[in-house]
Ligand binder design. Structure first.
Ligand SMILES: CC(C)(COP(=O)(O)OP(=O)(O)OC[C@H]1O[C@@H](n2cnc3c(N)ncnc32)[C@H](O)[C@@H]1OP(=O)(O)O)[C@@H](O)C(=O)NCCC(=O)NCCS
Length: 190
């Protein structure tokens, strides 16, 4: 995968700038990941400390250097604050596939912002990074996430039973997949 598709990415959408994170985003990142609702369907407890944001940024930068993951932030163009993140990880260069993840600040749910961000992000993944397949692993109870995937055209490919155990709670996984040749860039209403 071309290294320039990992370095200093900036994707403009009507309400967002989806871009490479930097050290000035740490406070905003902590604010996103400290909210308990964000952790509900995730695999980590809510953050409590800025060090967790620093470690997140280090992992993001290391993924870009090694071309193993692409992590971007969603900057709200109106306020210039970072209000979300999106990531492509488990990148397999030969198979041209990766897994996708995304998170939006609790205060901004329900405005179609993740749909807007993912339309640009998935466009970058298929067109600049030349991925062939993107997959997502979601908690079957996460209706908003399922809807976000369906709007992009992801197809439900199966249920993996009792795949996760987080904080003692066992959950299934719904696996979704999207292929480049079947993706049609959706309309974005800002
Ligand atoms: C998943 C998430 C990114 C969605 O972002 P968002 O910008 O609020 O999404 P949208 O505003 O586009 O809304 C998503 C859709 O789900 C629907 N929805 C939201 N909550 C719902 C619920 N509890 N039940 C059913 N549908 C729901 C909305 O009506 C909307 O449907 P529409 O597109 O037909 O109008 C956000 O909720 C989030 O950050 N959640 C926590 C982190 C997370 O779960 N990440 C995904 C891990 S795989």
């Amino acid at each position: 995968m071309a290294p320039e598709t990992f370095a200093q990415v900036r994707l403009d959408t009507p309400r967002l700038c989806v871009r490479t994170p930097d050290v000035e985003d740490l406070d905003d990142l902590l604010s996103i990941y400290a909210h308990p609702d964000i952790a509900r369907y995730g695999t980590h407890a809510p953050w409590t400390d800025l060090d967790e944001a620093r470690a997140w940024l280090e992992r993001a930068e290391s993924g870009h250097t090694s071309a193993s993951a692409l992590t971007l932030v969603l900057e709200d163009r109106a306020t210039q604050h970072v209000i979300g993140t999106c990531v492509l990880f488990s990148l397999h260069a030969e198979s041209r596939r990766a897994e996708i993840g995304y998170t939006l600040h609790r205060e901004h749910w329900g405005r179609g912002l993740m749909h807007e961000a993912l339309t640009a992000f998935i466009g970058h993944a298929f067109e600049a990074m030349k991925l062939r397949r993107i997959e997502a692993d979601i908690d079957p109870a996460n209706a908003a996430s399922r809807r976000v995937l369906e709007r992009q055209g992801f197809v439900h490919e199966g249920r993996l039973r009792e795949r996760w155990c987080v904080g003692g709670q066992v959950t299934d996984t719904d696996l979704y997949g999207l292929l480049h040749h079947e993706w049609r860039r959706p309309d974005v209403d800002a």
